[in-house]
Design a binder for this molecule. Structure first.
Ligand SMILES: [Zn+2]
Length: 245
């Protein structure tokens, strides 16, 4: 892994969604985070078998740009891009994090494992997920991988959307969205916003769906990614009714 700290001036071309709530780390923060992140990435790589051959940009979350009462996973965020996407020389992970809020470290470990699983998805499928059905797999694979990795690393915090509770959404509502593209606005099942998923329940659906498929079909999460596309889509639509109403 090649670690580079975010620099507000030098990286002014970075994505708005990342820059909006990020600031450059201070010298002390760099000293604190460099060895920690290097160690965590190596540990996650050992536990999951996911390659650590990527570039990681690290920023500190600009807390003054966010409301003070948000959950920790709004302060610790990650984004992943594959090298085959436009404009990237290497696989890239962008993280922004804090170290002054409850559960920050466990959340950071979870986020790193989640983003590394996204890199694994890109490397196996050689595909950027645009459709909702692909994103159910993309996010579900990441959440199940992060769950296993964080358990092995001994963290007891987990995001609220990694829950086994019954999700109160009708399976047909989601089935009708499978061929739509994921969009980054309030109508999307992965965003906080409107119906059918006002609290980004798409993540919880993804988590349960991939877990359910892995258990029902006895295939682990990374084998799942190697299944041919049509068969995968079919698995997703048939298993939706197992986890939803
Ligand atoms: Zn994700």
């Amino acid at each position: 892994m090649e670690l580079e700290f975010y620099d507000e001036e030098k990286h002014d071309y970075f994505l708005e969604i990342y820059r909006k709530h990020s600031r450059s780390p201070t010298g002390q923060e760099k000293q604190f985070f460099r060895p920690l992140i290097e160690e965590l990435v190596e540990e996650i790589s050992e536990e999951t078998g996911i390659s650590s051959d990527f570039k990681l940009y690290f920023a500190i979350t600009d807390e003054s740009s966010l409301s003070d009462r948000l959950t920790i996973n709004r302060y610790v965020k990650g984004f992943s891009y594959a090298n085959f996407m436009e404009g990237f020389d290497l696989d890239v992970i962008m993280i922004r994090a804090v170290r002054d809020r409850k559960n920050w470290k466990a959340c950071l470990i979870n986020m790193l494992a989640h983003e590394m699983a996204h890199q694994q998805y890109y490397n196996i499928t050689k595909n950027s997920p645009y459709k909702i059905w692909e994103n159910l797999l993309f996010e579900g694979h990441a959440m199940n991988t992060a769950e296993k990795a964080t358990e092995k690393l001994g963290t007891d915090w987990k995001p609220h959307y990694r829950s086994d509770k019954q999700i109160e959404i009708n399976s047909r509502v989601i089935a009708d969205l499978l061929d739509k593209n994921r969009v980054y606005d309030s109508e999307d099942i992965f965003c906080n916003g409107e119906r059918p998923c006002p609290k980004a329940e798409g993540y919880n659906i993804s988590y349960q769906l991939v877990k359910n498929i892995s258990e029902n079909e006895s295939i682990n999460a990374d084998k799942l990614l190697k299944i041919p596309e049509e068969e995968l889509k079919e698995l997703i639509s048939t298993n939706l009714s197992n986890i939803l109403k």
